[in-house]
Write a protein that binds this ligand. Structure first.
Ligand code: PXP
Length: 248
């Protein structure tokens, strides 16, 4: 079964907008567990704009599900990950001025730095994932440095879909399919995420090599209308339906 990782960052965004203790991302994570999520994802950004260090502490003690800690490849974040030893660490590019993670990591352009950076995380038992685009050079470099997982960035595919640019959307989808097949053939586990919604999830969930989707902003947004439980269950239903129809 394809896993659904629920990203709870934007529960913390709403909390931080008012400086109150609510809504609590840890409560959202517990609810996501009950609604059938297979993992919880949280991005500790350098500027702490949503998830805080205290949230990570509390998630590590409160969760039964595996935590996927998204972070930039910096010494500060490496030390935090080594202290907590979450199930998975997903390395993402980070720019302070960006609204959200734009584009994937350049693993190929900093291969020896990345190999050195992930070595202690691997030794600590974390499954290391590289958040990259579908370019073969990035996938091959991720395999060479010993990452266990690549997470393919679905943001451009989702943006084209939302903007109705269907030829570009289809080209992006085809490239994601090729990227997933290449990564799998190199022994990498394939995940995907960014920008996924009820409307865009089906073709991505149907890619046979994709073992896990990580979805946040849309689920938290939709929970305003149908509740977090309802949003997660509906996403799960669509993922399962996509897998069933692609394998039949
Ligand atoms: N995967 C990665 C690596 C991300 O950085 C993010 C955004 O934090 C997501 C998935 C989830 O993206 P979204 O919030 O748009 O669903």
């Amino acid at each position: 079964m394809q896993r659904l990782g629920v990203n709870i960052d934007h529960v913390a965004t709403i909390r931080n907008a008012r400086g109150t203790p609510w809504p609590d991302p840890v409560r959202a994570a517990k609810l996501a567990e009950e609604a059938g999520a297979d993992g919880i994802t949280a991005h500790l950004r350098e500027d702490r704009r949503h998830i805080s260090d205290g949230d990570i502490d509390r998630l590590m003690t409160a969760l039964r599900l595996p935590l996927n800690l998204e972070m930039a490849a910096t010494p500060e974040m490496q030390a935090i990950a080594l202290r907590h030893r979450p199930h998975a660490v997903c390395l993402v590019p980070e720019k302070r001025e960006e609204r959200t993670t734009e584009g994937g990591l350049d693993v190929a352009g900093q291969e020896s730095f990345m190999a050195d950076f992930i070595a202690p995380l691997r030794e600590a038992g974390c499954r290391v994932s590289m958040f990259i685009g579908h370019e073969p050079a990035q996938i091959e470099a991720s395999a060479r440095i010993g990452a266990a997982v690549v997470e393919l960035h679905t943001g451009a595919y989702c943006d084209y879909d939302t903007e109705g640019r269907m030829a570009e959307r289809d080209a992006e989808l085809a490239a994601l399919r090729r990227g997933a097949a290449l990564a799998h053939s190199l022994g990498l586990e394939v995940h995907a995420g960014h920008g996924l919604t009820f409307d865009t999830v089906t073709p991505i969930a149907a890619i046979p090599e994709v073992r896990e989707l990580n979805i946040g902003h849309f689920l938290i947004s939709e929970s305003v209308f149908i509740g977090l439980d309802g949003a997660i269950r509906e996403m799960r239903r669509r993922m399962d339906a996509a897998r069933a129809s692609s394998s039949s």
